[in-house]
Design a protein around this ligand. Sequence first.
Ligand SMILES: Cc1cc2nc3c(=O)[nH]c(=O)nc-3n(C[C@H](O)[C@H](O)[C@H](O)COP(=O)(O)O)c2cc1C
Length: 203
Amino acid sequence: MANVKLAVIYYSSTGTNYQMAKWAEDAAKQEGAEVKLVKVAETAPMSAIEQNPAWKKHYEETKDVQEATVDDLDWADAYIFSVPTRFGNVPSQFKQLMDMAGGLWFQGKLVNKVASAMTSAQNPHGGQEATLLNLYTSMFHWGVLVAAPGYTNDAAFTAGGNPYGTSVSVDGEGNMKEDVEEAVRNQAIRTINVAEMIVKGQQ
Ligand SMILES: Cc1cc2nc3c(=O)[nH]c(=O)nc-3n(C[C@H](O)[C@H](O)[C@H](O)COP(=O)(O)O)c2cc1C
């Protein structure tokens, strides 16, 4: 039983990364971790959200999900991030949270946290790997230990075989094109298992 605190932090406009985050939350809870699922605050203007019915719908449906703060980054031993690609990079909404972490970073409070990330794009090769690598670059600056899934579990292969983190592509209606649930669950378990080794090693 993993004795770690996990923050599952996601951003999602149309629900894909929310679903992936929920799978990760569920798997980590089943493994015995203390889990917080939090969404990154929406920073886009309402005028933009209202122009996209799927975005508006998801925005309304997830109004009650708690928003992520830097206190969550401080609290957790491990992070799972799930964010859609924006031209091969992380969404600005997520970047805003990272940019608020300067104080924690300065105090060394992010050092030896464990993280892994997941992502989605419209196309099978629409920037998933680049998005994860760009996110991980900031983790290296934070002193966070990246516990990417690699090929540690066969579920990665049916999910498209991305060793950097579980990733998926979505069709025009927002449906996931690959079956990634098992890969997400395995990634969550691996992340908290690695975090447990780090936590125990520091006791
Ligand atoms: C500003 C913007 C940029 C995007 N850039 C890409 C891209 O470069 N390649 C791609 O395949 N999909 C791109 N997408 C599609 C999103 O990645 C896709 O809608 C998202 O993964 C769905 O996740 P969500 O349902 O959690 O919001 C972009 C979407 C937006 C709004």
